[in-house]
Design a binder for this molecule. Structure first.
Ligand code: GDP
Ligand code: IMO
Ligand code: MG
Length: 427
């Protein structure tokens, strides 16, 4: 089972970091293939808590080679700050490989992300402000800066100058900000060149060789299916392909190499930022989920919007990604609820939709149709086998599984590394 893709099933923060960490002692490589430091993964190891943004979560396990592949956008200041912070805590980060083709987030991308959001006012996307969208826009527009450009000062300067020629017009004339000088950007990027050089590799070639020699590679998606630029709730999405297909384009391995697609799904739903969210709660139930599940962003600290499990979204995720296994997380958060509603379909202006409507306005109007499940009161954080879960918790999990389009292979019952019930081996 050499190539495994792990992705988010909902709008992010499903617990992908913990799931990756869980698998890491059985894998050789962990590859981040999309996004950048907009991601925030919290991994709890014993008494230690790690918050990772740009680095893949598998980096915490000794012996694993972490890879930042071509599909990622890299903020070099964040990269080295994160590496230094992990090193200071005794984590070996020396194996990290960075693709020469990955794009670089510069000062002007971060600035443009913030000013365009402010300019949008009420229509803002609620981005993380890390420069993700403008960097991917430049990539698609063929005016981006790549990691390899940093090693050729002449080319770097030429590219930065020509990008700034247009962007300074925007910054000064439209957004009323100061112009950015090319030297400022070029000098900052060049200051990382010496530290960066030994990390840079042809990561696609290295991953091919690893797979050919029987190594196990885990492709760890950032963000999630509903935030995917093609398949999510556009325009309220991130700017990359967070779905399983992104693992192929974002790392340079053929789609036929992927053996398994694991989707991480929360036992309820959360979302950060703007955009439609049919099961969102505005009452004390939403407050309960936020407080009990500690639903505050790892990256921006924003309170996450909370709502019930949405089965049409899980089925959509199963289809779009070719999901073979779900990891259900945070079941413990639901403990204590008398009844747990699950969205089984939508009512859109009087018409029933059993599946995700393709039309965005329909999804904006979608009202959840709920089925109710009885809750449980027993503390489940110490449970390690499915049969030891309260009967109502078992029934809830089996009902979700039946509605979600793929088998449930593991169930998270707490934030700790070992707080998991495994039903089917994932590696
Ligand atoms: P990611 O972005 O998908 O990696 O998820 P985040 O780390 O942003 O958010 C998930 C949060 O839930 C983290 O704080 C995890 O420590 C925590 N977590 C993961 N699995 C479980 C679980 O099964 N139960 C509980 N209570 N917390 C969990
Ligand atoms: P992980 O990997 C949750 C959301 C932002 C915003 C939208 C676009 O931790 O699950 P961007 O800065 O990417 O242009 O913002 O996407 N967003 C996330 N929400 N978890 C994430 O990552 C996210 N990464 C981006 O809140 O709505
Ligand atoms: Mg997160």
């Amino acid at each position: 089972m050499p190539a495994i893709v792990l992705i988010g099933a909902q709008w992010g923060d499903e617990g992908k970091g913990k799931a990756t960490d869980l698998l890491a002692d059985r894998i050789d490589y962990v590859v981040k293939f999309n996004g950048g430091n907009n991601a925030g993964h919290t991994v709890v190891v014993g008494d230690e808590k790690y918050a990772l943004h740009l680095l893949p979560s598998g980096i915490l396990t000794p012996g694993v080679t972490p890879v930042i592949a071509n599909g990622v956008v890299i903020d070099l200041e964040v990269l080295f700050a994160e590496l230094d912070a992990l090193s200071a805590r005794g984590i070996d980060v020396s194996r990290l490989k960075v693709s020469a083709n990955a794009h670089v987030i510069t000062l002007y991308h971060r600035t443009l992300d913030k000013v365009t959001e402010r300019f949008l006012g009420k229509r803002q996307i609620g981005t993380t402000g890390r420069g993700i969208g403008p960097t991917y826009a430049d990539k698609i527009n063929r005016v981006g800066i790549r990691i390899q450009d940093i090693f050729d000062e002449g080319i770097l300067r030429q590219k930065v100058e020509s990008a700034l020629e247009v962007k300074n017009h925007l910054l000064v004339k439209i957004y009323n900000r100061r112009a950015i000088h090319a030297d400022e950007v070029v000098n900052e990027l060049l200051s990382y060149a010496d530290r960066l050089r030994p990390l840079v590799a042809d990561t696609a070639l290295e991953l091919h060789r690893a797979l050919d020699s029987g190594k196990t590679v885990l492709f760890e998606g950032g963000q999630a299916t509903m935030l995917d630029v093609d398949h999510g709730t556009y325009p309220f999405v991130t700017s990359s392909n967070a779905t399983a297909g992104g693992a192929s384009t974002g790392s340079g391995i053929g789609p036929n190499r992927v053996d398994r697609v694991i989707a991480v799904v929360k036992a309820y739903t959360t979302r950060v930022g703007s955009g439609p969210f049919p099961t969102e709660l505005f009452d004390e139930s939403g407050e309960f989920l936020r407080k009990t599940g500690f639903e505050f962003g790892t990256t921006t600290g924003r309170p996450r919007r909370c709502g019930w499990y949405d089965a049409p979204i899980a089925r959509y995720t199963a289809r779009i990604n070719g999901v073979t296994d779900f990891v259900l997380t945070k079941l413990d958060v639901l403990t204590g609820l008398a009844e747990i509603p699950v969205c089984v379909a939508y009512d859109v202006d009087g018409t029933r939709f059993d599946e995700m409507p393709v039309n965005q306005s329909d999804f904006h109007h979608a009202k959840p149709i709920y089925e109710m499940f009885p809750g449980w009161t027993e503390d489940i954080t110490g449970v390690r086998s499915f049969d030891d879960l309260p009967k109502n918790a078992q029934a809830y999990v089996r009902a979700l599984e039946a509605m979600s389009g793929a088998r449930f292979s593991a169930i998270g019952v707490g934030p700790a590394r070992d707080a998991i019930v495994v039903l089917h081996d994932l590696v």
